[in-house]
Design a protein around this ligand. Structure first.
Ligand code: PLP
Length: 239
């Protein structure tokens, strides 16, 4: 299957799942997760209309940023999203390159984003990463710590908290993650209900290749699909 065919497939499933949640495909952003993939292949996705790309490493965004520009259709640009763990000392490299940072999970990181965004005179859209399933191996704040972090970030002038993000457990059957996604949506509603100044969240980034349909049924507004678009990833030196 080609990248273009894969995208058509994914888009059809997104539309069906969106309909089940009383929405349309336009309510859900398909983020093509292009990590480890070469620019030529990513270019096929861009030319098929996937202008929003997700990467989990700063280094990879840096390397692909310039070469990918030429694939954007006339008058449009590529929208990069950082979806992986972000080290404080690397914020400066991507602050003027990404549209959104999905993986904010500490006050220290938020403070660095605030500082760098202020220097560039921009407002950075971010999501707070929540470790909803309480997996030890995962990044993200505990659900019960979300409010405290939100209240601190709310004071920052150069950050706009758009919503929440989670990486759900790897499961064979996506139904097993339905409860995790439902709890994420509940947390978003709950946090909006706190009426914290400057906090009005509308974004839920959840669902990957194995579970994006259920995530959408439960309210995802961004799904992050890698393998389902570009095929399996191969990591050298990792078996
Ligand atoms: C790699 C990655 C994805 C995409 O995973 P697939 O299973 O290939 O769709 C989504 N979100 C994050 C944070 C990732 O690192």
């Amino acid at each position: 299957m080609s990248v273009v065919e894969n995208i058509q497939n994914v888009r059809a499933k997104i539309a069906a799942a969106a309909e089940k949640s009383g929405r349309t495909a336009e309510d859900v952003l398909l983020l093509a997760v292009s990590k480890t993939k070469p620019v030529e292949l990513i270019g096929e996705a861009v030319q098929a209309g996937c202008l929003s790309l997700g990467e989990n490493k700063v280094q990879e965004i840096m390397e692909k940023y310039e070469p990918m520009m030429e694939y954007a259709p006339e008058g449009e640009r590529i929208h990069w999203h950082l979806i992986g763990h972000l080290q404080t000392n690397k914020v400066k490299y991507i602050i003027d390159k990404v549209d959104m940072i999905h993986s904010v999970e500490s006050l220290k990181l938020a403070e660095e984003i605030e500082k760098r965004a202020a220097q560039k005179d921009i407002v950075m859209d971010i999501l707070i990463e929540v470790n909803m399933a309480a997996e030890e191996s995962k990044f993200g704040v505990k659900p019960e710590d979300t409010e405290a972090l939100l209240r601190e970030i709310a004071k920052m002038q150069h950050i706009r908290v758009r919503g929440l993000m989670t990486v759900a457990p790897f499961v064979e059957n996506q139904e097993e993650n339905r409860e995790v996604f439902r709890q994420m949506r509940e947390l978003l509603v709950d946090m909006n209900g706190k009426k914290i100044d400057n906090i009005k969240m509308d974004t839920l980034s959840m669902g990957m290749t194995g579970d994006y349909e259920v995530a959408i049924e439960e309210g995802a507004t961004i799904v992050r699909v890698g393998t389902g678009i570009f095929g399996e990833r191969y990591y050298p030196n990792k078996g």
